[in-house]
Write a protein that binds this ligand. Structure first.
Ligand SMILES: C[S@@+](CC[C@H](N)C(=O)[O-])C[C@H]1O[C@@H](n2cnc3c(N)ncnc32)[C@H](O)[C@@H]1O
Length: 343
């Protein structure tokens, strides 16, 4: 086994061991419902993560992305965010025990946001609407997924490989959050012109800081992905990571139609999001996927579980090329047909 592979496995196993204990304590404190006590349900999660890490290394071997990307685990960044997350936890617990998912910071004008957005997700005390929320988000997601969040995001990269040969491809990240995945795309496609859209002004501010190193900058917009102020047919590819499970049914369709509109004919839309019901069932992860939305307060997740992404993309005019499962996520790759006509 190569030394880089040993180092890779060591860092992921260490992170998984720390994060599984920390999240176990957190579930206990939050009194999360239906804990996954069944050993076969837990083994299914461990197996899905082992397969994910193997796939990550296979992608490196296949030349989809360099090993540096797979080894680039931001310990220091996450360690720096840890104290703020711990300081936030009493507010989270307070919200959870009061079932208060509507209270948001007083200084925010909620009227400019869609109704489904005016609430907390995952018991984050401020929802998506504070600087503090944006500061601790990446670390919390990485812990929640036991160190596999970036790995799951990377599973979209092979589908963007065709842009390596294109002169100055334009790539859009729909709901880019703090810009974490845009930074990864920049590492893979340094010649690409990158854009990101997110509804949270605080997350976009954070993205601006995180993407300062990109020469020429990244076009970042605070906008609703359901109505993008971007020209039709102006992007070579679009990606979206961990957005669709947080949207109600109609918003999911609106975002897909907007992605279709702004893509040039032949452009790909690559979605990475949670497993859906049929995927989870096939992988023995059904208990996990039913437990997750209740434990983490994901109000639209139940609807998402049964709303097959590939079928929805087909409804919105895309030609679906593949759908594959990775860890507790799936990647769906769809293309706007060259002779595109809206469905
Ligand atoms: C779970 S986070 C995912 C962020 C990022 N893509 C990642 O990989 O971590 C969901 C993001 O979707 C954004 N969002 C939710 N609804 C949106 C909408 N209608 N338009 C744009 N962004 C939206 C939120 O502000 C948040 O940053």
């Amino acid at each position: 086994m190569k030394m880089t592979h040993v180092w890779y496995q060591l860092q992921h196993r260490t992170m998984a061991a720390i994060a599984s204990r920390a999240t176990g304590l957190w579930h206990f404190a939050m009194q999360a419902p239906q804990p996954l006590r069944d050993p076969s349900a837990r083994e299914a999660i461990h197996q899905s993560l082992r397969s994910l890490f193997e796939r990550d290394l296979q992608n490196v071997e296949a030349g989809h992305y360099p090993m540096e990307l797979a080894l680039n685990f931001p310990y220091l960044e996450h360690a720096a965010a840890f104290p703020a997350a711990v300081a936030d936890s009493p507010r989270m617990l307070w919200k959870r025990f009061r079932d208060d998912f509507a209270g948001l910071p007083d200084d925010v004008d909620l009227s400019s946001f869609p109704h489904y957005y005016r609430r907390t997700f995952h018991w984050q005390p401020d929802g998506w609407l504070s600087e503090r929320s944006a500061r601790i988000y990446d670390m919390e997601v990485e812990f929640l997924f036991w160190g596999a969040a970036d790995v799951m995001r990377r599973m979209t990269l092979p589908a963007l490989g065709e842009l390596k040969a294109k002169e100055r491809p334009r790539v859009l990240d729909v709901a880019c959050g703090t810009g974490r995945f845009l930074s990864t795309i920049h590492a893979l496609l340094p010649h690409a012109r990158l854009y990101g859209v997110d509804l949270s002004p605080h997350y976009i501010s954070r993205a601006r800081e995180n993407l300062r190193h990109v020469p020429g900058g990244v076009g970042l917009l605070v906008e609703n992905a359901e109505a993008l102020p971007l020209e039709a047919s102006s992007f070579d590819a679009a990606v979206s990571v961990f957005l669709f499970h947080e949207l109600p049914h109609d918003a999911r369709r609106n975002v897909m139609r907007e992605a279709w509109r702004v893509l040039a004919p032949g452009g790909r839309f690559v979605i990475c999001d949670s497993l859906q019901r049929a995927d989870a069932q096939a992988l023995g992860l059904r208990d996990f996927s039913e437990w997750f939305p209740a434990a983490y307060h994901e109000p639209y997740y139940k609807g998402y579980l049964g709303d097959d992404l590939a079928a929805a993309l087909g409804e919105c005019g895309f030609a679906v090329e593949s759908s594959s499962c990775h860890g507790v996520s799936k990647v769906v790759v769809a293309r706007k047909p060259l002779t595109a006509a809206r469905a």
